[in-house]
Design a protein around this ligand. Structure first.
Ligand SMILES: C[S@@+](CC[C@H](N)C(=O)[O-])C[C@H]1O[C@@H](n2cnc3c(N)ncnc32)[C@H](O)[C@@H]1O
Length: 198
């Protein structure tokens, strides 16, 4: 269990995906790549129990113009993530306790459908959704279209050994970066990887 939020509410965190992540270590650090007070337009693909969603809402939405959209279909047959019926219930319970609930939009759908209807741009996008190579490539290509100049694209599972037909997340991200290297600079590389849009 971890303590965040306005009233020391205990967010349910059964897997610890976010707490162990490099993005959390960066955002919780003294000089995080995202400012707490500036306008932040945040997009999260893949919410799971919403632990990352809650942390981002509680800490990076204080500017009146800031907002966060999170997208997850909560399909229990998802390959690559331990999905079950309680995940969405835990997500809904967790996010109902965030500090800036009015600035949070939750889209219960696959990211491909979300992107097809999305009209907004973002300065921070966290891609942590489907691990399937085709889905990941779509998430990356769609994200770059709606990422603002100087915006950050942070991607989970770059170092994961999950693969489909021998194609790993690293293979997908490296191919994406090769095609976008004129418009992106790499700012982090580890189990996760991150780029800034030039
Ligand atoms: C590793 S979890 C996300 C963890 C979360 N970002 C955190 O930090 O706690 C991956 C999530 O991606 C979701 N997902 C799977 N396919 C997706 C898709 N096509 N579009 C959006 N989300 C998807 C799964 O339902 C699952 O909840």
């Amino acid at each position: 269990m971890i303590f965040w939020g306005k009233k020391k509410y205990q967010y349910i965190d059964t897997k610890g995906y976010f707490k162990q992540s490099e993005i959390y270590k960066n955002l919780a650090g003294i000089t995080p790549i995202l400012s707490r007070h500036d306008r932040n337009a945040i997009l999260e693909i893949g919410a799971y129990e919403g632990v990352g969603t809650c942390y981002l809402c509680d800490n990076f939405l204080m500017n009146p113009e800031s907002f966060l959209t999170t997208v997850d279909p909560f399909l229990i047959d998802d390959a690559g993530t331990a999905m079950h019926g309680m995940v969405e219930r835990n997500f809904l319970r967790n996010v109902s306790n965030v500090k800036f609930l009015d600035k949070l939009t939750y889209v219960k759908d696959k990211s491909a459908n979300f992107f097809a209807g999305n009209q907004k741009t973002y300065n921070f996008i966290y891609v942590d959704g489907s691990h399937h190579p085709n889905d990941l490539m779509l998430d990356l290509k769609e994200s770059i279209k709606v990422l603002e100049k100087n915006g950050i694209l942070w991607i989970d599972d770059y170092g994961s050994n999950y693969s489909v037909n021998s194609v790993s997340p690293k293979d997908v991200v490296d191919e994406f970066y090769k095609s976008e290297c004129d418009s992106l600079t790499r700012i982090h590389s580890g189990y996760q990887v991150a780029f800034k849009k030039l």
